[in-house]
Design a protein around this ligand. Sequence first.
Ligand code: PLP
Length: 344
Amino acid sequence: MTAEKKQLDWGSLGFSYIKTDYRFRARWSEGHWQPGELVDSEIMEVHEGSPVLHYAQACFEGLKAQTSPDGRILLFRPELNCQRMAQTAERLVMPEVPEALFMQGITECIRANKAWVPPSGSGASLYVRPFLIGLGENLGLRPAPEYEFRVFVAPVGPYYKSGGLSLISLAVTDVDRAAPKGTGRFKAGANYAGGLMATQLANQLGANEALYLDAGERRFLEEAGSANIFLVMKNGKFVVPESESILPGVTRRSILTLAEDRLGLEVERRPVDLRNEIENIDEFGACGTAAVISPVGKVFIDEHWHHFFGDGEEIGPVTEQLYDVLTRLQKGEEPDSYGWTIEV
Ligand SMILES: Cc1ncc(COP(=O)(O)O)c(C=O)c1O
Protein backbone atom coordinates (compact mmCIF):
# COMPACT_ATOMS: atom_id res chain seq x y z
CA MET A 1 0.00 0.00 0.00
CA THR A 2 2.30 2.75 -1.19
CA ALA A 3 1.18 6.32 -0.59
CA GLU A 4 3.37 7.70 -3.37
CA LYS A 5 1.05 9.27 -5.94
CA LYS A 6 0.49 7.47 -9.23
CA GLN A 7 1.94 9.20 -12.23
CA LEU A 8 -1.30 10.28 -13.90
CA ASP A 9 -2.09 13.36 -15.93
CA TRP A 10 -4.69 14.37 -13.32
CA GLY A 11 -5.84 17.42 -15.24
CA SER A 12 -6.92 15.48 -18.31
CA LEU A 13 -8.94 12.72 -16.63
CA GLY A 14 -12.50 12.17 -17.83
CA PHE A 15 -15.23 10.23 -16.06
CA SER A 16 -14.12 6.66 -16.78
CA TYR A 17 -13.28 3.47 -14.96
CA ILE A 18 -9.63 3.22 -13.97
CA LYS A 19 -8.53 0.12 -12.14
CA THR A 20 -7.10 1.05 -8.76
CA ASP A 21 -5.26 -1.32 -6.41
CA TYR A 22 -7.90 -2.41 -3.89
CA ARG A 23 -11.63 -2.77 -3.47
CA PHE A 24 -13.70 -3.61 -0.38
CA ARG A 25 -16.26 -6.38 -0.16
CA ALA A 26 -18.58 -7.84 2.45
CA ARG A 27 -21.05 -10.70 2.09
CA TRP A 28 -24.48 -11.11 3.63
CA SER A 29 -25.89 -14.60 4.03
CA GLU A 30 -28.26 -16.38 6.40
CA GLY A 31 -29.39 -13.10 7.86
CA HIS A 32 -25.98 -11.66 8.75
CA TRP A 33 -23.23 -9.47 7.42
CA GLN A 34 -19.87 -11.19 7.50
CA PRO A 35 -16.71 -9.18 8.18
CA GLY A 36 -15.60 -7.14 5.16
CA GLU A 37 -12.15 -7.23 3.54
CA LEU A 38 -10.01 -5.52 0.95
CA VAL A 39 -9.27 -7.57 -2.18
CA ASP A 40 -7.18 -6.79 -5.21
CA SER A 41 -9.09 -8.45 -8.03
CA GLU A 42 -11.64 -6.34 -9.89
CA ILE A 43 -13.31 -9.47 -11.25
CA MET A 44 -16.38 -10.91 -9.50
CA GLU A 45 -17.53 -14.47 -10.04
CA VAL A 46 -21.28 -14.80 -9.56
CA HIS A 47 -23.87 -17.56 -9.86
CA GLU A 48 -25.72 -17.48 -13.19
CA GLY A 49 -29.06 -17.51 -11.37
CA SER A 50 -28.25 -14.41 -9.30
CA PRO A 51 -31.24 -12.01 -9.03
CA VAL A 52 -28.96 -9.08 -9.88
CA LEU A 53 -28.43 -10.53 -13.35
CA HIS A 54 -32.08 -11.15 -14.22
CA TYR A 55 -34.26 -8.99 -12.05
CA ALA A 56 -31.88 -6.06 -11.45
CA GLN A 57 -31.77 -6.46 -7.68
CA ALA A 58 -29.02 -3.88 -7.44
CA CYS A 59 -28.44 -0.43 -6.08
CA PHE A 60 -25.47 1.89 -5.89
CA GLU A 61 -24.19 5.18 -4.57
CA GLY A 62 -21.69 7.72 -5.80
CA LEU A 63 -19.58 10.18 -3.80
CA LYS A 64 -16.23 11.88 -4.13
CA ALA A 65 -13.09 12.18 -2.03
CA GLN A 66 -10.99 15.28 -2.58
CA THR A 67 -7.66 16.49 -1.24
CA SER A 68 -7.63 19.77 0.67
CA PRO A 69 -4.81 22.31 0.26
CA ASP A 70 -3.33 21.08 3.59
CA GLY A 71 -3.34 17.46 2.39
CA ARG A 72 -6.42 16.05 4.14
CA ILE A 73 -8.67 13.66 2.18
CA LEU A 74 -12.27 14.84 2.51
CA LEU A 75 -15.63 13.20 1.90
CA PHE A 76 -18.77 15.28 1.48
CA ARG A 77 -21.77 14.23 3.62
CA PRO A 78 -21.20 10.47 3.21
CA GLU A 79 -23.87 9.71 5.84
CA LEU A 80 -26.48 10.92 3.34
CA ASN A 81 -25.28 8.37 0.78
CA CYS A 82 -25.47 5.71 3.47
CA GLN A 83 -29.03 6.70 4.37
CA ARG A 84 -30.07 6.76 0.71
CA MET A 85 -28.57 3.32 0.13
CA ALA A 86 -30.52 2.01 3.13
CA GLN A 87 -33.75 3.47 1.70
CA THR A 88 -33.04 1.99 -1.72
CA ALA A 89 -32.19 -1.40 -0.21
CA GLU A 90 -35.49 -1.44 1.67
CA ARG A 91 -37.41 -0.60 -1.53
CA LEU A 92 -35.65 -3.42 -3.41
CA VAL A 93 -36.12 -5.88 -0.51
CA MET A 94 -32.40 -6.11 0.16
CA PRO A 95 -30.66 -6.07 3.57
CA GLU A 96 -29.57 -2.65 4.79
CA VAL A 97 -25.83 -1.97 4.86
CA PRO A 98 -25.29 -0.74 8.44
CA GLU A 99 -23.68 2.70 8.69
CA ALA A 100 -20.55 1.27 10.36
CA LEU A 101 -20.03 -1.20 7.50
CA PHE A 102 -20.76 1.44 4.85
CA MET A 103 -18.25 3.85 6.40
CA GLN A 104 -15.69 1.08 6.91
CA GLY A 105 -16.03 0.06 3.26
CA ILE A 106 -15.53 3.54 1.83
CA THR A 107 -12.79 4.67 4.20
CA GLU A 108 -10.74 1.45 3.94
CA CYS A 109 -11.05 1.48 0.18
CA ILE A 110 -9.95 5.13 -0.08
CA ARG A 111 -7.04 4.70 2.36
CA ALA A 112 -5.82 1.58 0.55
CA ASN A 113 -5.89 3.50 -2.74
CA LYS A 114 -4.34 6.69 -1.36
CA ALA A 115 -1.89 6.80 -4.23
CA TRP A 116 -4.84 7.29 -6.59
CA VAL A 117 -6.40 10.22 -4.75
CA PRO A 118 -5.85 13.27 -6.98
CA PRO A 119 -3.78 16.04 -5.40
CA SER A 120 -5.26 19.37 -4.32
CA GLY A 121 -5.65 21.85 -7.15
CA SER A 122 -5.57 19.17 -9.88
CA GLY A 123 -9.25 19.60 -10.71
CA ALA A 124 -9.74 15.83 -10.33
CA SER A 125 -11.24 13.81 -7.48
CA LEU A 126 -11.56 10.21 -6.37
CA TYR A 127 -14.99 8.87 -7.26
CA VAL A 128 -16.25 6.31 -4.75
CA ARG A 129 -18.76 3.73 -5.93
CA PRO A 130 -20.43 1.65 -3.19
CA PHE A 131 -22.93 -0.91 -4.48
CA LEU A 132 -25.12 -3.72 -3.22
CA ILE A 133 -26.24 -6.68 -5.34
CA GLY A 134 -28.41 -9.79 -4.91
CA LEU A 135 -26.49 -13.00 -5.52
CA GLY A 136 -26.87 -16.77 -5.36
CA GLU A 137 -28.76 -19.66 -6.88
CA ASN A 138 -32.25 -18.58 -7.85
CA LEU A 139 -34.80 -18.74 -10.65
CA GLY A 140 -38.21 -17.38 -9.60
CA LEU A 141 -38.95 -13.75 -8.82
CA ARG A 142 -37.91 -13.49 -5.18
CA PRO A 143 -35.22 -11.69 -3.18
CA ALA A 144 -31.71 -13.13 -3.40
CA PRO A 145 -30.42 -15.63 -0.83
CA GLU A 146 -27.12 -13.70 -0.56
CA TYR A 147 -25.83 -10.19 -1.08
CA GLU A 148 -22.53 -8.49 -1.65
CA PHE A 149 -21.72 -4.92 -0.62
CA ARG A 150 -18.74 -3.74 -2.57
CA VAL A 151 -16.84 -0.46 -2.96
CA PHE A 152 -14.40 0.52 -5.66
CA VAL A 153 -12.81 3.86 -6.41
CA ALA A 154 -11.46 5.58 -9.51
CA PRO A 155 -9.82 8.97 -10.06
CA VAL A 156 -12.08 11.09 -12.26
CA GLY A 157 -12.24 14.45 -13.96
CA PRO A 158 -15.39 16.25 -15.17
CA TYR A 159 -18.48 14.17 -16.00
CA TYR A 160 -19.48 16.04 -19.13
CA LYS A 161 -17.01 16.24 -22.00
CA SER A 162 -17.10 20.03 -21.98
CA GLY A 163 -15.40 19.82 -18.54
CA GLY A 164 -15.21 22.01 -15.41
CA LEU A 165 -17.78 24.76 -15.09
CA SER A 166 -18.91 24.83 -18.70
CA LEU A 167 -22.24 24.88 -20.50
CA ILE A 168 -24.12 21.68 -21.26
CA SER A 169 -27.38 20.99 -23.08
CA LEU A 170 -30.31 18.69 -22.25
CA ALA A 171 -33.07 17.18 -24.38
CA VAL A 172 -36.58 16.03 -23.49
CA THR A 173 -37.26 12.81 -25.42
CA ASP A 174 -40.38 10.63 -25.44
CA VAL A 175 -38.82 8.13 -23.04
CA ASP A 176 -39.91 8.27 -19.39
CA ARG A 177 -37.67 7.54 -16.45
CA ALA A 178 -39.78 6.81 -13.40
CA ALA A 179 -43.40 6.24 -12.41
CA PRO A 180 -44.81 8.12 -9.39
CA LYS A 181 -44.90 5.10 -7.06
CA GLY A 182 -42.02 3.35 -8.76
CA THR A 183 -38.32 3.43 -7.98
CA GLY A 184 -37.42 6.92 -9.25
CA ARG A 185 -36.51 8.32 -5.87
CA PHE A 186 -34.20 5.44 -5.11
CA LYS A 187 -30.79 4.77 -6.58
CA ALA A 188 -31.78 1.48 -8.19
CA GLY A 189 -29.57 0.28 -11.04
CA ALA A 190 -32.69 -0.56 -13.07
CA ASN A 191 -33.60 3.15 -13.31
CA TYR A 192 -30.42 3.73 -15.24
CA ALA A 193 -30.86 0.78 -17.64
CA GLY A 194 -34.30 2.22 -18.42
CA GLY A 195 -32.72 5.61 -19.08
CA LEU A 196 -30.01 4.51 -21.51
CA MET A 197 -32.31 4.93 -24.50
CA ALA A 198 -33.28 8.47 -23.49
CA THR A 199 -29.59 9.35 -23.17
CA GLN A 200 -28.93 7.88 -26.60
CA LEU A 201 -31.80 9.85 -28.15
CA ALA A 202 -30.64 13.03 -26.40
CA ASN A 203 -27.10 12.50 -27.67
CA GLN A 204 -28.44 12.06 -31.21
CA LEU A 205 -30.07 15.47 -30.86
CA GLY A 206 -26.68 16.88 -29.91
CA ALA A 207 -27.47 17.17 -26.18
CA ASN A 208 -25.14 16.01 -23.41
CA GLU A 209 -27.90 14.28 -21.48
CA ALA A 210 -31.62 13.46 -21.29
CA LEU A 211 -34.04 15.67 -19.37
CA TYR A 212 -37.12 14.00 -17.91
CA LEU A 213 -40.63 15.30 -17.35
CA ASP A 214 -43.08 13.52 -15.03
CA ALA A 215 -44.33 10.25 -16.45
CA GLY A 216 -47.97 10.91 -15.54
CA GLU A 217 -48.67 14.11 -17.47
CA ARG A 218 -45.33 14.84 -19.16
CA ARG A 219 -45.52 18.42 -17.97
CA PHE A 220 -43.58 18.77 -14.75
CA LEU A 221 -39.83 19.03 -14.63
CA GLU A 222 -38.14 16.06 -13.00
CA GLU A 223 -34.39 15.68 -13.43
CA ALA A 224 -31.60 14.88 -15.87
CA GLY A 225 -30.25 11.37 -16.51
CA SER A 226 -27.60 11.64 -13.83
CA ALA A 227 -28.22 14.94 -12.06
CA ASN A 228 -30.93 17.03 -10.41
CA ILE A 229 -32.13 20.36 -11.77
CA PHE A 230 -32.12 23.84 -10.23
CA LEU A 231 -33.50 27.05 -11.67
CA VAL A 232 -33.00 30.73 -11.09
CA MET A 233 -36.20 32.48 -12.11
CA LYS A 234 -36.32 35.94 -13.66
CA ASN A 235 -37.88 37.18 -10.39
CA GLY A 236 -34.69 36.08 -8.62
CA LYS A 237 -36.14 33.05 -6.82
CA PHE A 238 -34.08 29.88 -6.59
CA VAL A 239 -36.30 26.90 -7.43
CA VAL A 240 -35.79 23.13 -7.37
CA PRO A 241 -38.49 20.91 -8.89
CA GLU A 242 -40.45 18.88 -6.36
CA SER A 243 -41.50 15.38 -7.37
CA GLU A 244 -41.89 12.01 -5.69
CA SER A 245 -40.04 10.26 -8.51
CA ILE A 246 -36.70 12.08 -8.60
CA LEU A 247 -33.53 11.13 -6.78
CA PRO A 248 -33.09 13.14 -3.56
CA GLY A 249 -29.62 14.39 -4.42
CA VAL A 250 -27.01 15.26 -1.82
CA THR A 251 -25.82 18.12 -4.03
CA ARG A 252 -29.34 19.49 -4.54
CA ARG A 253 -30.00 19.45 -0.81
CA SER A 254 -26.68 21.19 -0.15
CA ILE A 255 -27.11 23.95 -2.73
CA LEU A 256 -30.61 24.68 -1.44
CA THR A 257 -28.97 25.54 1.89
CA LEU A 258 -26.14 27.46 0.23
CA ALA A 259 -28.45 29.46 -2.06
CA GLU A 260 -30.41 30.62 0.96
CA ASP A 261 -27.59 31.04 3.52
CA ARG A 262 -24.69 32.19 1.42
CA LEU A 263 -26.31 33.84 -1.61
CA GLY A 264 -29.29 35.24 0.31
CA LEU A 265 -31.80 33.95 -2.24
CA GLU A 266 -35.40 33.07 -1.63
CA VAL A 267 -35.65 29.32 -2.26
CA GLU A 268 -38.62 27.21 -3.30
CA ARG A 269 -39.18 23.48 -3.74
CA ARG A 270 -42.25 23.05 -5.90
CA PRO A 271 -43.57 21.39 -9.04
CA VAL A 272 -42.45 23.25 -12.17
CA ASP A 273 -44.68 23.04 -15.25
CA LEU A 274 -41.85 23.40 -17.74
CA ARG A 275 -43.73 24.70 -20.80
CA ASN A 276 -45.69 27.26 -18.78
CA GLU A 277 -42.66 28.54 -16.91
CA ILE A 278 -39.86 28.23 -19.43
CA GLU A 279 -39.98 31.93 -20.39
CA ASN A 280 -39.56 32.88 -16.71
CA ILE A 281 -36.38 30.88 -16.23
CA ASP A 282 -33.18 32.90 -16.23
CA GLU A 283 -30.57 30.29 -15.24
CA PHE A 284 -31.06 26.53 -15.71
CA GLY A 285 -28.60 24.19 -14.03
CA ALA A 286 -27.84 20.55 -13.31
CA CYS A 287 -26.31 19.39 -10.02
CA GLY A 288 -24.95 16.12 -8.72
CA THR A 289 -21.86 14.41 -7.38
CA ALA A 290 -20.58 13.66 -10.89
CA ALA A 291 -22.06 16.74 -12.61
CA VAL A 292 -21.07 19.03 -9.67
CA ILE A 293 -22.81 22.24 -10.86
CA SER A 294 -23.29 22.29 -14.61
CA PRO A 295 -24.91 25.33 -16.23
CA VAL A 296 -27.46 24.29 -18.87
CA GLY A 297 -27.32 26.67 -21.82
CA LYS A 298 -30.17 25.13 -23.78
CA VAL A 299 -32.93 22.55 -23.55
CA PHE A 300 -34.58 20.74 -26.46
CA ILE A 301 -38.35 20.39 -25.99
CA ASP A 302 -41.29 20.08 -28.44
CA GLU A 303 -39.00 20.03 -31.48
CA HIS A 304 -37.03 23.14 -30.71
CA TRP A 305 -34.17 24.42 -28.59
CA HIS A 306 -34.90 26.87 -25.82
CA HIS A 307 -31.96 29.02 -24.71
CA PHE A 308 -31.37 30.31 -21.20
CA PHE A 309 -29.04 32.89 -19.68
CA GLY A 310 -27.06 34.97 -22.21
CA ASP A 311 -28.64 33.25 -25.23
CA GLY A 312 -27.39 29.96 -23.85
CA GLU A 313 -23.79 31.01 -24.29
CA GLU A 314 -22.98 32.47 -20.90
CA ILE A 315 -22.87 31.13 -17.37
CA GLY A 316 -25.26 32.93 -15.03
CA PRO A 317 -23.97 34.65 -11.88
CA VAL A 318 -25.92 32.48 -9.41
CA THR A 319 -24.70 29.27 -11.04
CA GLU A 320 -21.15 30.54 -10.94
CA GLN A 321 -21.35 31.62 -7.29
CA LEU A 322 -22.93 28.33 -6.23
CA TYR A 323 -20.23 26.38 -8.04
CA ASP A 324 -17.64 28.41 -6.22
CA VAL A 325 -19.12 28.11 -2.74
CA LEU A 326 -19.91 24.40 -3.09
CA THR A 327 -16.59 23.31 -4.56
CA ARG A 328 -14.54 25.39 -2.11
CA LEU A 329 -16.36 23.69 0.77
CA GLN A 330 -15.97 20.22 -0.75
CA LYS A 331 -12.26 20.73 -1.35
CA GLY A 332 -11.63 22.16 2.12
CA GLU A 333 -10.59 25.50 0.63
CA GLU A 334 -12.69 27.35 3.17
CA PRO A 335 -13.80 26.55 6.73
CA ASP A 336 -16.80 24.21 6.78
CA SER A 337 -19.24 25.76 9.21
CA TYR A 338 -21.87 23.14 8.31
CA GLY A 339 -19.84 20.09 9.35
CA TRP A 340 -20.45 18.56 5.92
CA THR A 341 -16.91 17.44 5.18
CA ILE A 342 -15.44 14.39 6.88
CA GLU A 343 -11.76 13.56 6.95
CA VAL A 344 -10.89 10.03 5.84
C1 PLP B 1 -30.67 10.38 -11.55
C2 PLP B 1 -29.83 11.18 -10.64
N1 PLP B 1 -30.33 12.31 -10.13
C3 PLP B 1 -29.62 13.08 -9.30
C4 PLP B 1 -28.33 12.76 -8.94
C5 PLP B 1 -27.60 13.68 -8.01
O1 PLP B 1 -27.48 13.09 -6.73
P1 PLP B 1 -26.24 13.44 -5.80
O2 PLP B 1 -26.21 14.91 -5.67
O3 PLP B 1 -26.56 12.75 -4.51
O4 PLP B 1 -25.03 12.90 -6.47
C6 PLP B 1 -27.75 11.59 -9.44
C7 PLP B 1 -26.40 11.17 -9.08
O5 PLP B 1 -25.43 11.87 -9.10
C8 PLP B 1 -28.51 10.79 -10.32
O6 PLP B 1 -28.00 9.67 -10.82
